[in-house]
Design a binder for this molecule. Structure first.
Ligand code: FE2
Length: 450
């Protein structure tokens, strides 16, 4: 059974999200306490016999109850109605969730053009397109990677994902996101994480919006340890922003869409779901402005591994090996002497899904465009194209050079990524991608030294 929109999406109220700009708190994994009505949060206990203002107490746990304290995530929310107040979920049909992954993927480098703007009105949830994935929600390990391109706000439709947290990287168009924990406005060059189970609603603030999503089935994303880098550098904890409490007290005809075990479900609900008046805890959405990333690189020679550009990681059970690394390549100075400065030719045990938010990526002269994507799977050879190789081989490396107007990123995974059948057969796929290396010239001369 397929349920459709019950209400046309109203125009996005961007002024609502303007107000939210002043309401952020700072910190990553902090224990927050925030209330939209004074005197709501109980003192000395989480679930008093009666909550102030006639509210209901509800705990949302994002980790096992017994998880060690430093990774334990849970929040207590105090809301107008408990989350259980809705009609039974019924199957919700949508092409993107029914799209299978390819069981026998080819070991070729792959690249795609950006998703076109849909001809039909399409909201954020209906606009996802599955590109690749690994693992499974059932095993609570792995991820799915989507791209979205939406043209209308969600209106009275709300969504939660029971399969994983969502790392959303907008490429075009600002998103106004109502969540149970408060309001977020997110723009290109920022990223946002919506926790598993968190109910939310997306308004488009600029007519249409396009971007990338990594659905993380595994351990919650966290900041990496810094090791020899020291106590500062890369993404700073204080730059991760979490909303303060905000609530909507609206009765009406609403829909709650859920993703659970790879399928979509829909329930009707007689009130707006973001009715949390106050909350405390450390399980909540957060956003991060990638322009604040403290990029670290060589100041002598050679090209460090991309792990140095790590923003967030989802650790696996193997020490030092992550299920997912979220890595960015922002503007930066290149100063390495007598060095080939762009990323070299390489093959990795890890698999790399890349996107480009803006500008140009320094390993490619063309073809990899903003809004596009590439996939270089486990041990698939890739690297600079022929034009980039020639340019970088002849660059004067006695002079520093600044890479400007660029923001590329990578969802890097421990397990190979299976592309979706839709992505493999998509007209957006650049089937001639391999040609960018075929004109790499032979320079070998056994009688000549460098
Ligand atoms: Fe690579």
């Amino acid at each position: 059974m397929s349920l459709k929109h019950k209400a046309a999406a109203p125009a996005a109220d961007s002024s609502l999200f303007d107000q939210s700009e002043l309401q952020y708190q700072s910190g990553f994994g902090n224990d927050f306490a925030t209330e939209a009505l004074a005197g709501t949060l109980p003192v000395g206990r989480n679930s008093p016999q009666r909550v102030a203002h006639g509210l209901y107490a509800e705990q949302i746990s994002g980790t096992a109850f017994t998880a060690p304290r430093d990774v334990n995530r849970r929040s207590w929310v105090y809301r107008i109605r408990p989350g259980a107040v809705h009609s039974p979920f019924k199957p919700y049909s949508n092409a993107w969730v029914e799209e299978p992954l390819c069981a026998q993927p080819e070991p070729n480098p792959m690249r795609w053009n950006p998703l076109p703007i849909p001809a039909q009105p399409t909201d954020f949830i209906d606009s996802w397109r599955l590109f690749a994935g690994n693992g499974a929600p059932q095993s609570m390990s792995g991820c799915a990677i989507y791209m979205y391109c939406a043209t209308e706000s969600m209106g009275h439709r709300y969504f939660y994902n029971g399969d994983g947290e969502l790392l959303i990287v907008p490429q075009e168009g600002r998103l106004g996101i109502k969540t149970e924990f408060g309001l977020l406005r997110v723009e290109p060059q920022e990223m946002v994480v919506i926790p598993r189970g968190c109910r939310f609603n997306v308004s488009l603030l600029d007519g249409h919006a396009r971007g990338y999503i990594c659905e993380n089935y595994g351990a919650l994303l966290r900041l990496p340890d810094l090791g020899p880098i020291g106590s500062n550098g890369l993404a700073l904890s204080r730059d991760f922003e979490t909303p303060v409490a905000w609530y909507e007290d609206q009765e009406g005809d609403y829909e709650l869409i859920a993703k659970f075990q790879g399928a979509l479900w829909c329930a009707s609900i007689g009130h707006a779901p973001c009715d949390v008046v106050a909350w405390h805890g450390n399980y909540a959405p957060y956003k991060y402005d990638m322009r604040r990333f403290n990029t670290i690189g060589t100041i002598s020679f050679d090209h460090p591994d991309p792990s140095l550009f790590l923003v967030l990681q989802s650790p696996s059970y193997a020490p030092g090996v992550d299920d997912i690394d979220f890595v960015i390549f922002p503007p930066r100075w290149l100063v390495a002497e007598n060095t080939f400065r762009p990323p070299w030719f390489h093959r990795n045990v890890a698999s790399e899904f890349m996107g480009l938010v803006q500008g140009q990526y320094d390993a490619k002269s063309g073809g990899f465009v903003p809004g596009g994507a590439s996939l270089h799977n486990c041990m698939v050879s890739h690297g600079p194209d022929a034009e980039t190789f020639d340019k970088a081989s002849n660059e004067d490396t006695s002079q520093p050079r600044k890479v400007t107007d660029t923001l590329a990123f990578m969802f890097e995974t421990r397990v190979p990524l299976l592309p979706s059948n839709e992505a493999l057969g998509s007209p957006l796929r650049q089937k001639d991608y391999y040609l960018c290396w075929q004109s790499v010239a032979r320079h070998f001369n056994s009688g000549e030294s460098v």
